[in-house]
Write a protein that binds this ligand. Structure first.
Ligand SMILES: Nc1nc2c(ncn2[C@@H]2O[C@H](COP(=O)(O)OP(=O)(O)OP(=O)(O)O)[C@@H](O)[C@H]2O)c(=O)[nH]1
Ligand SMILES: [Mg+2]
Length: 370
């Protein structure tokens, strides 16, 4: 029994103990986390609750994939296209379909009644020559993560590159955000969060070993118990920055994915700031924002004596001449002599560089081969 737990905690615990279905059990445990005390002496308990939740969630995911359980087993696969997959999410009527129509070639139904969109709608948008796939997910509601098509739709989102929340300026902002965050939490998707810097590596033997002890903000005895509960009997645990036992519980839960989030406010023509998909206001800026949040950049190729080629190639920030050469042709790495570059990463126009040189957005690159 936790120290200083209030009556709400015991109510939640009773709810958990009485629960018959997995979602009910999860809801009970989540409530225990929410209303339970959160300080140093309860960290172990919280980590244990988290482990229970992730095991139950994994069970739901497994049942979904094998087609057991009530949710349909069918996997709605969406073929990836373009440099990135962008997901539009909101409560009903926030303007996802209107935005998708304004940004892409898609023609979803738009209406002022609730839950107009009932399956994912897909389109392609163009940002300065770079194509990105945009997907509208049917509106989120309470317990979407567990009900009907929700788990299947969340599994589409798990493999996406970025989540965009649409917040309707004409509705209560906090209610929209709370519900969205809550459902993503339930689906084990962490938004705009860094993965805790701790590595757990299973071993064949040797028991449990800890490296980087100065960073552990927990008792290794408790950590061993948590690891054992999760099926780790031989493992090396390495930390690179301060980590709590809850961080360890998160890392042990392989079902967690980490995705970037962008929040945008819609219907700015009626009220408030943000975008208006109806008038087109703020849409170019939005695409730019998505592009930068994804840490993408565009690089142009060029042949000697000619203008730059169109369209540009989409690369990830930090990519080098080597990435580019490899992308253009598999033989180019072997034949590479040097590159000439025009743009932000070059001090003067046409400067010569080797394979390890880091490119910048809007660079123009001319490859010279042996
Ligand atoms: N004034 C104004 N109305 C908008 C804007 N965007 C959407 N709407 C209106 O809001 C209503 C809902 O728009 P949809 O695009 O269908 O919203 P949705 O998020 O796709 O809705 P669901 O599919 O039901 O979840 C429609 O009546 C739209 O015309 C906007 O930027 N300005
Ligand atoms: Mg819609």
């Amino acid at each position: 029994m936790p120290i200083n737990a209030g009556p709400e905690y015991f109510k939640a615990e009773a709810k958990y103990n009485a629960a018959k279905t997995i979602p009910e059990k999860i809801a009970g445990l989540e409530e225990m986390l929410r209303v339970g005390p959160n300080h140093k002496s309860t960290e172990n308990l919280r980590a244990e609750i988290k482990t229970k939740i992730s095991k139950l969630r994994a069970q739901i995911e497994k049942e979904r994939l094998t087609g057991k359980g009530k949710g349909k087993g069918a996997n709605l696969a969406i073929k990836r296209e373009g440099a990135a997959q962008v997901i539009l999410v909101s409560l009903t009527n926030a303007g996802k379909s209107t935005l998708l129509t304004a940004l892409t070639n898609a023609k979803p139904l738009i209406a002022d009644y609730k839950f107009t969109t009932t399956k994912p709608e897909v389109g392609i948008t163009d940002y300065k020559g770079v194509k990105m796939q945009v997907i509208e997910i049917p509106a989120i509601y309470e317990d979407f993560a567990y009900k009907g098509e929700g788990p299947t739709l969340f599994s589409i989102m798990r493999s996406a590159d970025i989540i965009v929340f649409l917040i309707d300026n004409t509705q209560n902002e906090k209610q929209q955000l709370d519900l969205l965050y809550q459902e993503f939490e339930k689906a084990n998707i962490r938004l705009n969060a860094e993965k805790p810097k701790i590595i757990v590596k299973k071993q064949g033997m040797g028991g449990i070993e800890f490296l980087g002890n100065k960073y552990f903000r927990f008792d290794t005895k408790d950590a061993i118990q948590l690891l054992t509960q999760n099926g780790y009997h031989n493992a090396i645990i390495t930390a690179f920055e301060p980590v709590t036992i809850e961080d360890l519980a998160d890392v042990l839960n392989e079902g967690i994915v980490y995705l970037p989030l962008l929040k945008i406010h819609t219907k700015a023509d009626i009220k408030g700031e943000g975008i208006s998909a109806e008038t087109g206001y703020g849409l170019e800026k939005l695409k730019e924002n998505i592009f930068h949040t994804l840490r993408l950049m565009k690089v142009f190729t060029k042949t000697p004596g000619k203008e730059k080629d169109w369209p540009p190639v989409a690369l990830q920030e930090g990519d080098t001449v080597k990435t580019m050469a490899r992308l253009i042709h598999k033989d180019f790495l072997k034949k590479f002599k040097y590159a000439r570059i025009w743009g932000k990463s070059a001090k003067h126009a046409g400067e010569k560089f080797g394979l390890e040189h880091e490119l910048k957005d809007d660079d123009i690159i001319e490859l010279h081969l042996k």
